[in-house]
Design a binder for this molecule. Structure first.
Ligand code: AMP
Ligand code: MN
Ligand code: MN
Ligand code: MN
Length: 303
């Protein structure tokens, strides 16, 4: 692995309007490029529909692009997220698995609407639908945007604190994919499975370690060490875990929208130097490193 590949600005976790982001795939690609991202992935929740647009936009602007997805999983009663990177987004097993994962979302959303109505907030389901960019993918984020628009809360993060989470009005438990299935679909599609923002799950140290070990046993390849969800000490802890478990490390802003996301595309710090980046042997990463070297020398981008 050349030093260049290690130090590229890779942002391998972001969301478009096809899930709960606010930007079109092409807008995300342009924003990533403008922010100095060298290697970029869009990872919509349980959905692949934005990837063709993203691939076309990235090819046009000369930004090395990695097709991705973020699969919703239920593990030990908790919802966890598994990012799949460098997937063949037409692979039938992945396509079918995600279709099943998306299937319960609308019923769940109607139930959330009823739960909020019982708490004195009527018509939230209809309101959330007005924010949806993809009818197959109604998420808690769309409810949160609607409640902000209605003046129930000042910002999206306040909605999640007061509603939509376990024990609060609007929360509806849901059974997502099984961990081994999600990893299996990603690997069947030629991708690598990355445990998304492990610092965010409400798990004690032992349970978090058990999750990481089970993830690796089930075929998971990398840990998202750098994420907007992690503070510096969580990054250090996860870097240590990646090293101890012999897993690769990933870096992703989890960008959703300019007004909502704390960290912009490409704005995270670099990965600790002793870790193996998940992109270490990808040809797209070599192109990204070459583009960066060309730009530094005053040349244009390689396609
Ligand atoms: P869902 O897949 O419908 O359960 O929605 C999950 C999404 O809600 C996540 O991907 C985040 O984008 C968003 N979310 C979850 N918790 C929070 C939070 N505390 N603040 C802001 N957004 C959140
Ligand atoms: Mn999201
Ligand atoms: Mn996530
Ligand atoms: Mn995400």
């Amino acid at each position: 692995m050349s030093a260049d590949v290690r130090t590229i600005n890779a942002d391998l976790h972001s969301h478009s309007r096809y899930s709960d982001g606010r930007l079109e795939p092409a807008e995300l690609v342009l924003r990533a490029r403008g922010n100095g991202v060298d290697l970029f992935a869009i990872t919509d929740h349980d959905e692949l529909a934005g990837l063709d647009e993203a691939i076309a936009a990235a090819a046009e602007s000369g930004l090395p692009f990695i097709p991705g997805v973020e699969v919703s999983v239920t593990w030990g009663g908790e919802t966890i997220h598994v990012v799949g990177l460098r997937i063949d987004h037409r692979h039938p097993e992945l396509v079918a698995g995600l279709e099943r994962t998306r299937a319960g979302r609308d019923l769940r959303a109607r139930e959330m609407g009823r739960s909020l109505a019982a708490a004195g907030i009527p018509d939230a389901y209809e309101g959330a639908l007005r924010h949806v960019g993809n009818p197959a993918l109604v998420s808690r984020t769309h409810f949160a945007r609607h409640l902000v628009e209605r003046g129930v809360c000042r910002q999206v993060s306040d909605v999640f604190r007061r509603y939509l989470v376990e024990g609060k009005p609007g929360y509806v438990p849901h059974n997502w994919a099984r961990l081994a299935d999600a990893i299996g679909w990603i690997r069947a599609a030629g991708g690598v499975a990355v445990l998304a923002h492990p610092g965010r799950y409400p798990l004690g140290a032992l349970a978090r370690r058990a999750l990481l070990e089970e993830f690796r046993e089930a075929g998971g390849g990398a840990i998202e060490v750098l994420s907007a969800s992690h503070d510096a000490s969580q990054c250090r802890e996860l870097a240590r875990a990646a090293e101890e478990l012999g897993m690769m490390a990933s870096r992703g802003s989890d960008f959703h929208a300019p007004s909502e996301s704390r960290i912009d595309l490409g704005a995270l710090p670099g990965l600790p130097a002793h870790l193996t980046p998940v992109w270490h042997d990808w040809p797209e990463a070599r192109t990204a490193a070459a583009n960066r070297a060309d730009a530094a020398a005053g040349g244009g981008a390689r396609q």
